[in-house]
Write a protein that binds this ligand. Structure first.
Ligand code: TYM
Length: 344
């Protein structure tokens, strides 16, 4: 892959750390889907990789936001990153709009992305169906901004949930197209998607993805929900008319609860089936609710403390943006030279 070997001296070759980039939109209350599909996995990567995690506020405005809420959620999303275990000393944590290079590169890459490619994006189709009165150009070119996010940092791996796979494929195609038109400019990134947790489903409609923008409050569990709310939502989770806890085709609700339980406990499906052998769905749902609530309790506590210290969060934002800006500027200047812009 893209590993560069640096030699410090003859005996000890040092492998350059690979770069990881990912982000979450501050467009709603972060769910356990965001946690299990993305943030939880990020915390496992921080020692081994050069990790850059962004709060993608510019993506969020493709759907109309209330400005005061967007601002609050931007702080909150950063606080969740840190509360979930991302150490600002080990990771670059920043807010997208603080680094204008994202918008600059997105424009350049727009000119290397085909209308037909964007028109095939399933998320665009879903979101334009949901926001029929505001199908703006930003919603359409959203994946190009996402490609810019990733390519700016010469990213090797992008840890995301399954729903972002198509966007990532497009980012790769754009990178390859640019590299082939000029010469090697971008590292071609790869998706890093965990098998369990990559697609957490709605508790109300288990054939649909759990989403932070779902209007039904019982469909999703927020990372910051209270213990009582979490238990209540799992108790009400839609399942099926069978009574045996087992992972099987057609049991979407139970399969979803089993994958959530598996992510939080580390137990595989056969262990879970044994654990609930002879017990009903009621016992299982309660166990899932309690496990999720107890696992998230320390995050909630740390989050509350962080939100009382806005100054600290702003310091993290500022130093993260400085670090990100330095890397991003190098890529932008390389791209601009290749495009033929006059450099001063
Ligand atoms: P967003 O904000 O919708 O979601 C953030 C992350 O959470 C994952 N995710 C899920 N994983 C499992 N089950 C679910 N139900 C679930 N819902 C969400 C998403 O896959 C994602 O990893 N376009 C991105 C944000 C973005 C980005 C980027 C990501 C912008 N630029 C560059 C990676 C790299 C988005 O809308 O994520």
């Amino acid at each position: 892959m893209n590993t560069e070997i640096l030699t410090q001296n003859q005996e000890t070759p040092i492998e350059k750390k690979k770069t990881i980039f990912s982000g979450v939109q501050p467009s709603g209350n972060l769910t356990i889907g965001n946690y299990l599909g993305a943030i939880k996995n990020w915390t496992d990567l921080q020692d081994k990789y050069n990790c850059i995690y962004c709060v993608v506020d510019m993506h969020a405005i493709t759907v109309r936001q209330v400005p005061a809420e967007l601002r609050r959620r931007t702080y909150e999303t950063l606080a969740v990153y840190i509360a979930a275990g991302l150490d600002p000393e080990k990771n670059t944590l920043f807010v997208q709009s603080h680094v204008p290079a994202h918008a600059v590169l997105a424009w350049d890459l727009n000119c290397f992305t085909m209308f037909g490619e964007l028109n095939r994006m399933t998320q665009f189709k879903d979101k334009s169906a949901k926001n029929a009165d505001n199908i703006n150009a930003g919603l359409f070119t959203y994946p190009v901004l996402m490609a810019a996010d990733i390519l700016l940092y010469q990213t090797d791996l992008v840890p995301v949930g399954q729903d972002q796979r198509q966007h990532l494929e497009l980012a790769r195609d754009i990178a390859v197209r640019f590299n082939n038109t000029f010469s090697d400019t971008f590292i071609v990134p790869e998706a890093y998607i965990q098998k369990t947790g990559m697609k957490i489903m709605s508790l109300a409609e288990p054939t649909k993805k759990m989403s932070k923008s779902d209007a039904n409050p019982n469909a999703s569990v927020a990372i910051l929900d209270s213990k009582d709310d979490i238990i209540r939502k799992f108790k009400r989770a839609v399942t099926d008319s069978d009574t045996v806890v087992r992972y099987a085709e057609g049991k979407d609700g139970i399969n979803n609860l089993m994958s959530i339980y598996s992510c939080f406990t580390g137990k595989d499906y056969s262990e879970i089936e044994r654990e609930f052998d002879g017990k009903g769905y009621g016992d299982f749902k309660l166990a899932v609710g309690e496990t999720v609530a107890d696992s998230l309790a320390p995050i909630r506590e740390k989050f509350d403390a962080l939100m009382k210290d806005k100054k600290y969060l702003e310091e993290v934002m500022r130093s993260g943006a400085d670090a990100a800006q330095r890397i991003a500027a190098k890529t932008v200047s390389k791209v601009h030279r290749k495009l033929g812009y006059v450099g001063l």
